[in-house]
Design a protein around this ligand. Sequence first.
Ligand code: PLP
Length: 393
Amino acid sequence: MSRGFDEWLTTQLDDLEREGLKRTRRVVTSEPDAWCVIEGRRLRNLASNDYLNLAHDPRVIAAAQDALRSGVGAGASALVSGRSPWHEELEQTIANFEGTEAALLFPTGFAANVGTLRALVAPEDTVFCDRLNHASLIDGCRQSQARMRVYRHEELDVLERELKRSTSTARRWIVTDSVFSMDGTLAPLSDLCDLAERFDASVIVDEAHGTGVFGELGRGVCELTQTEHRVAVRIGTLSKAVGTLGGFVVGSRKLVDWLWNAARTQVFSTALPPAICAAANAAFQIIQAEPQRRRHLLAISQQLKDELSSLSGWSVVAGSVGPIVPIVIGEPTVATAASKQLLEHGLLVPAIRPPTVRRGTSRLRISLTTAFQSAEISELAAVIRSIADAAST
Ligand SMILES: *Cc1c(COP(=O)(O)O)cnc(C)c1O
């Protein structure tokens, strides 16, 4: 490599180190019931999106093993020859689960967001994007080359003014996460749909952290807020509560037919492994048959938030609901130190720092799963309280 390139890499990494923002890589072995092993130490895993503990469910594993008999890799994109009977069955399961005409699989949730936005939003359109949206939505909006307007969902009057002003645009889109992944708060979907209807915009919702967790049937925040029929495009991932891997889009048959032809991240990328589709299919059966999993998850999540409600100096993000429990600390070095102390107590809780969150809002981010029981939640709250007390004195 050129000397300039090598020096540039050195400077970049040194800068990150100095600001307390350098991330190191480690190896984590995942075990059932929210345990994991790092460098020989067995830890409670409070850093997983496997909210319903389905990644280790014997029924999910058995379904994958069964499908492995027809090979590991799909061998080609879905369009060419990679769409197996397991892909077709899973798409049918997802469409039934979501109550839509059709569903389309993508290699990941990231790919679903980028590919869908690029295929739907045109350069002459305007896309309104929440400031807290996931990186994949932001990248998809950028790739579309549309005019991009970033809004704060706490200030919908500003969004309203911007919508009113956007008269010269071809089409308008409002794009949002349903659950903001670093805050654990919900998007105001009813209000966004009201605005969309007033200004002839279409709403696109990413349910990455909503699927399997929220709503009576576990479909997500659109179900919870009764906005499913008002949202034009719903996107989800199979890699969080579903416990596997992959992304999906649900909506009308026409929408899916168009994305099948036009979504580049799906057309030009190899289809999911059939065993993953079989596993996800089994996971959806469990999500539908065992609603007590999500009820328990929401109950322990609320318990933890209640028990952390008056921490000295630190605070749980206001309005957060569900298994993501972010505790805002401020400085990245303090957040990292707190994460290290939790590790000494056998608890894996990541410190989230810029650029993932804004400067001055570095935080601990707990994600709970159904493996935790009420007594352990109280113990966890006590440990965090003691660390917060020590840090504030
Ligand atoms: C995790 C996440 C994604 C990406 O999903 P993957 O399947 O992991 O690629 C997209 N959007 C949001 C909001 C997420 O949290």
